[in-house]
Design a protein around this ligand. Structure first.
Ligand code: CP
Length: 363
């Protein structure tokens, strides 16, 4: 039995297979309409969502299965203090697979260690959002036919934008991909992605604050929302919220075959006038997301025929510490019974990272 916590849980070959299945679902929907007959997906969303939750639910219905929606944290027993581990263990008794979103970074990892059914991470705080990345990759594949030799600009909130972290991680595995990181100083990419993914893999990158200067070189421009809900300081959000607005005028400098993406929801960062531009792909991403999630559900339910839970820390050098993670959004900070586990990054330099949220720590 496997779960999907991070996009790297899937190999490139597995992603290619899922893209092939999603493409076939689009071509032959009737062939899949009873594939999940008798199966149920629980959608456990403790943060707001429109696309991800509904696309999982639509995906399961279109596969002939059923949905058990959990109506938010306030109406579940999490509001009485039930842990993530206990919550998913209970839901495992009712559902065959669980898609979950939590503000706690590392929640999906903890859930996958406890559940008796596959867990799909539908977003854990500012950490990861691997199924959005599958939707993004499927969109890139449908628009460009390849993941290699692309220059991809990421613009906006690169600090808290979990979709950015997951997509950069995914793209780092392809050939000759260059990324351009466009953000205000305050919202630059966190070190666990910059050091742990970009510099570790030798991926070409540059950083800038200037969107207009970057646009002409980009094959893909991935715009993001400034994530209001993750700011501790409201005044800082107000100062940064309109840092970048993509307009039809700015699009004049873009390549003729450029592709503008956005995980949505947008607030103000893409003018609605850009929607009519054939290079605007963000509503295609939404639709692609349903088909690739159908492929994911099929894959994980097939693998769940072997009930042995995958060891998520297999082959990893891990140690337990007295000291906890410094990330206030890490699940280990709010669910105090969890062991404080760290992976070794560079033992001689004393660099480790939290197994739950990946924040680096020195000992
Ligand atoms: N892209 C995305 O995660 O959208 P929702 O928050 O609406 O699910």
């Amino acid at each position: 039995m496997r779960s999907l916590i991070d996009i790297c849980d899937l190999s490139k070959e597995e992603i290619n297979e899922m893209i092939a299945v999603a493409t076939d679902i689009i071509a032959r929907p009737d062939a899949y309409s009873e594939k999940c007959k008798g199966k149920k997906i629980a959608t456990l969303f403790f943060e707001p969502s429109t696309r991800t939750r509904l696309s999982f639910e639509a995906a399961m219905y279109e596969l002939g299965g059923n949905v058990l929606p959990v109506p938010g944290e306030a109406l579940s027993s999490a509001a009485k203090g039930e842990s993530v581990a206990d919550t998913v263990r209970v839901i495992s008794s009712y559902a065959d697979i669980i898609a979950m979103r939590s503000p706690k970074e590392g929640a999906a990892f903890v859930a996958a260690e406890s559940a008796n059914v596959p867990i799909i991470n539908a977003g854990d705080g500012g950490h990861c959002h691997p199924t959005q990345t599958l939707a993004d990759l499927f969109t890139i594949y449908r628009e460009k036919g390849t993941f290699d030799n692309l220059t991809v600009g990421f613009c906006g909130d690169l600090k808290y934008g979990r979709t950015v972290h997951s997509l950069i991680t995914a793209l780092s595995r392809y050939q000759n991909v260059k990324i351009v990181l466009i953000s205000p100083e305050e919202l630059k990419l966190p070190n666990y992605v910059k050091l742990g993914v970009i510099e570790k893999t030798g991926m070409a990158y540059e950083e800038t604050t200037d969107l207009e200067k970057a646009i002409p070189d980009l094959d893909i421009l991935y715009m993001t929302r400034i994530q209001q809900e993750r700011f501790d300081d409201r005044a800082e959000y107000e100062r940064l919220k309109d840092a970048y607005v993509l307009t039809a005028e700015k699009m004049q400098a873009a390549k003729k075959d450029a592709c503008v993406m956005h995980p949505l929801p947008r607030v103000n960062e893409i003018s609605v006038k850009v929607d009519a531009d054939p290079r605007a792909c963000y509503f295609k991403q939404v639709e692609n997301g349903k088909y690739i999630r159908m492929a994911l559900i099929l894959k994980l339910l097939e693998e769940a025929k072997n009930p042995a839970r995958e060891n998520l820390l297999a082959g990893t050098d891990v140690f337990e510490s007295e000291e906890g993670c410094e990330n206030p959004r890490c699940i280990s900070r709010t669910e105090q019974e969890l062991p404080r586990l760290f992976k070794v990054v560079d033992k001689s330099a004393g660099v480790f990272r939290c197994v739950y949220c990946e924040k680096r720590k020195r000992f």
